[in-house]
Design a protein around this ligand. Structure first.
Ligand code: HGY
Ligand code: MN
Ligand code: MN
Ligand code: MN
Length: 448
């Protein structure tokens, strides 16, 4: 029927993606995109530029735009009837410190393209539709992942979010930056102030499964659980020239043992463990580090598996710090000298604190069904081989919208599954195919 024939404009969509990606690369508009990283950290000047673009683009398409206390931007296009909340598509404009050109931005630009297709074809949706940009999904600059959708859903307190301190160089807070760039909106950040009928998110998979299985569309049924820990190891600063190994409380060596051990635990528990940030003190070539702080990002398909990992980490890290031999790792030994009788070091202390967690998520069957039907109708007769249901390894704002309204996601393949990296790449036709399925999912849901 008529709505099924609506088509996204690939070239226009890709122009928006390349146009917005240049904020955070220093490239000029019109220059051929290079493989330099995009650094559009939450609430940076580059993020502000992209935000301003998003507001101008959606207002020009007849949307009413509101900004809430977390800087979330909601663009709403009225429907014929407006006595129901809008069906939203959403994602995020912020990136990793050296991120790619599709993570987040694809979903936001696909939402703008959806509005353009509706406008081009004079389509009036039954109920309002909306596009939302969620602030600080990445948790890279202010280390709470999916922060502002978490506040909107009522799972992260507003002041915790506003007081979140910048990881580097740690001189400002989320609230101060929202004010600085003029995005501290008046509207309360809450699902009550901005209710949604549903939320659909188009995103690159950021993993290799779709590409490996030659599929074009992933119908996302859920998201794995994850937890972020901060580990602080305290030892004793001493002179590197006069202190023999057995008299050292070397905080860095002990931390290294812990990181190595966390990988062994992850392998044994079908989980993931990653350290992305490590600080040490005092940072001098000839002083044994006295203090180390590092992050642990623990992920697994179930909450129980993440809880088990956290239990083992707490238990084993204290043993490693106190100098016991854990998992074949003599404390104080150089990493490559396992069990070669090297001299053990003196005990260190360790403290472990949780600073973020996201339980495993199961998306809403109603939305999964809408995405499934849309994908098969867009891909036509041989769609059976091109569509697959899957869970997400990465967190997304949809994890929190799913707490307050029916939600699902659409994945498209990215080259070699690489993401959070300047080499992140998604083919134009795959971006467009995902945007097409997103458009059709919304239209289906609107008429459900
Ligand atoms: O960490 C995550 O998975 C998300 O990209 N913030
Ligand atoms: Mn993302
Ligand atoms: Mn990301
Ligand atoms: Mn994400």
């Amino acid at each position: 029927e008529h709505l099924q024939s609506l088509k996204v404009n690939t070239q226009r969509l890709m122009e928006d993606i390349h146009y917005t990606s240049r904020w955070g690369t220093g490239e000029k508009w019109g220059e051929k995109p290079t493989e330099t990283g995009v650094s559009r950290l939450a609430l940076s000047d580059a993020d502000k530029e992209a935000r301003d673009w998003f507001i101008h683009a959606t207002e020009a398409l007849g949307c009413h735009v509101t900004i809430d206390e977390m800087g979330n931007i909601f663009a709403v296009r009225p429907g014929v009837k407006n006595d129901k909340p809008p069906t939203f598509v959403g994602s995020h404009l912020d990136t990793q410190p050296s991120g790619g050109r599709y993570d987040g931005i694809l979903g936001v630009c696909a939402g703008v393209e959806m509005l353009k297709v509706l406008a081009d074809n004079w389509v009036e949706t039954e109920y309002p539709v909306g596009v939302v940009n969620w602030t600080n999904e990445e948790g890279a600059r202010f280390p709470i992942s999916m922060m502002s959708s978490g506040v909107w859903a009522g799972y992260i307190p507003l002041d915790t979010a506003h007081n979140a301190k910048e990881v580097h160089p740690g001189t400002t807070t989320m609230g101060a930056e929202l004010k600085r760039i003029g995005y501290m909106g008046k509207m309360p950040c809450s699902h009550e102030s901005m209710p949604m009928a549903a939320h659909f998110e188009l995103h690159i998979e950021q993993g290799p499964l779709l590409e490996m299985s030659n599929k074009k569309i992933g119908v996302v049924t859920g998201v794995q659980a994850y937890k972020w820990l901060q580990v602080t190891v305290k030892g004793r600063e001493t002179h590197t020239g006069t202190t023999d190994l057995k008299s050292r409380a070397d905080a860095l060596l002990t931390a290294a043992k812990m990181i190595l051990h966390s990988h062994k635990l992850a392998t044994a528990n079908n989980a993931l463990a990653s350290t992305g940030i490590l600080h040490l003190k005092p940072g001098s070539t000839n002083t044994v580090p006295g203090e180390v702080t590092f992050t642990l990002d623990i992920r697994a398909q179930s909450d129980e598996a993440v809880a088990r990992m956290e239990h083992l980490i707490n238990h084993d890290f204290h043993k490693i710090a106190s100098g016991e031999n854990v998992g074949g790792l003599n404390p104080g030994c150089p990493l490559d000298a396992l069990n070669t009788g090297c001299t053990p070091g003196l005990p260190c202390t360790v403290t472990i604190k949780e600073f973020f967690k996201s339980p495993a998520t199961n998306f809403n069957p109603l939305c999964i069904d809408a995405v499934n039907r849309a994908a098969h109708s867009v891909l036509g007769p041989d769609s059976q081989d091109l569509v697959m249901e899957m869970t997400s390894g990465a967190g997304h704002d949809s994890v929190y919208t799913n707490k307050r309204c029916p939600t699902s996601m659409i994945f498209v393949p990215c080259r070699e599954g690489v993401s959070h990296n300047p080499a992140e790449f998604c083919k134009d036709e795959d971006c467009a195919l995902g945007a097409q399925v997103l458009l059709q999912s919304v239209l289906r849901f609107d008429r459900m």
